[in-house]
Design a protein around this ligand. Structure first.
Ligand code: NAD
Length: 332
């Protein structure tokens, strides 16, 4: 049924049902690390809810999944309050929507924008705090304001620098992921032991990081890509591109496939070039993220209750569309 055909009462009833279903899926995904449905199914229902709430703004509730960051703190972990919230990200599923995003932002700021265009790593967000160059605390996103203290778990991950080459007090954010080979090995092992297998590397990474026994985390071969500096200390960076270069110089793993694009046409070319490489990468990606490159403009644009206005994810179509043939073609 098209949105125009709904009365407000009907829209409200439908929205309530969608919220209940999405909440149930979110609990399984974020809290139990065992999704009940594919991401594309979740995304389509989320879109339906968003469309209803846009057409009938009165029916929005503060606890709607469209108004809050998914996830919560597991029992057994200390809580960390994020001084700067860890938000979610808006998404688009077509180039037309991507162009509309760019047009909206360009209108807003009054000039053409450059974007740092990066792969969207399919893992879970982590925050790392350094005091005088020393790694002191790491946490998950949780509900965006309060996450889990997973410092001990993160200390077992080789790619996270424990001491920076400069005595900086900074906070950085990035993605913790499980490489595809580690994921396959883990699931084979779990199958052999009669344990339930993980649905995908993202859920395996989340389940492996949020372990009270850090030996389990250590055995899971997790890796990281860091992509933000949220607290800068004495650093005077102007752009996201500079931030990525600085993170690399500080010894963080930074994904090599990023590009500064000077307009949306270049972003689309980046997406077209990188989509076929997806299967051959040793880690999962579920799209491409574009971020307004200029950090001052980012601040001017600000955030909604749930997402930054200055970045968006272009999500790939569901995985079934791809074949193993790509792997072979790409790696030879
Ligand atoms: P998201 O995962 O779609 O996007 C935000 C996240 O992207 C950030 O928190 C960050 O961790 C990550 N990211 C990866 N690469 C990045 C980069 N280069 N720069 C910046 N961030 C990067 O949003 P979300 O709110 O975490 O989750 C929503 C998504 O989770 C939905 O789109 C859905 O697909 C999935 N989900 C699925 C189910 C299910 O039942 N299958 C349930 C709930 C949510």
């Amino acid at each position: 049924k098209s949105i125009e055909a709904y009365t407000k009462t009907e829209a409200n009833t439908e929205a309530q049902q969608l919220r209940q279903t999405l909440q149930q899926y979110s609990d399984a995904y974020y809290t139990k690390d065992a999704p009940l449905v594919e991401d594309s199914v979740y995304d389509a229902l989320y879109r339906d809810l968003q469309d209803l709430e846009t057409a009938f703004p009165d029916i929005v509730t503060p606890d709607s999944p469209t108004q809050k960051v998914g996830g919560e703190v597991l029992p057994g972990f200390d809580k960390v309050t994020h001084t700067i919230p860890m938000l979610s990200m808006g998404d688009v599923f077509s180039f037309d929507e991507l162009k509309a995003f760019d047009a909206r932002l360009t209108r807003n700021v009054g000039h053409q924008l450059s974007y740092s265009t990066e792969l969207k790593i399919d893992g879970l967000a982590i925050s790392l705090v350094y005091e005088n160059g020393r790694f002191v605390q790491g946490s998950t996103r949780g509900d965006g304001n309060v996450g889990e203290d997973i410092t001990k778990n993160l200390l077992t991950i080789d790619s996270i620098p424990k001491l920076l080459p400069e005595p900086l007090s900074i906070e950085v954010r990035g993605e913790c992921y499980m490489p595809k080979t580690a994921f396959e090995k883990l699931n084979k092992q779990r199958e052999a032991e009669g344990k339930p297998i993980f649905a995908n590397p993202r859920n395996a990474a989340a389940g492996s990081l949020r372990q009270l026994d850090t030996r389990v985390t250590k055995a899971r071969q997790l890796d990281t890509f860091i992509y933000f500096i949220t607290r800068m200390d004495t650093l005077t960076l102007q752009t996201q591109t500079e931030a990525l270069a600085k993170l690399k110089a500080l010894g963080f793993h930074v994904n090599p496939d990023s590009q500064l694009c000077h307009n949306i046409a270049e972003v689309i070319t980046f997406i077209e070039t990188n989509t076929p490489k997806r299967n051959a990468l040793p880690y999962g990606i579920d799209g491409v993220v574009l971020k307004v490159d200029d950090l001052t403009t980012q601040q001017t644009l600000g955030n909604t209750v749930k997402v930054p206005r200055w970045e968006i994810a272009y999500k790939f179509p569901p995985e079934e569309a791809q074949t193993v043939v790509h792997d072979i073609e790409w790696t030879v």
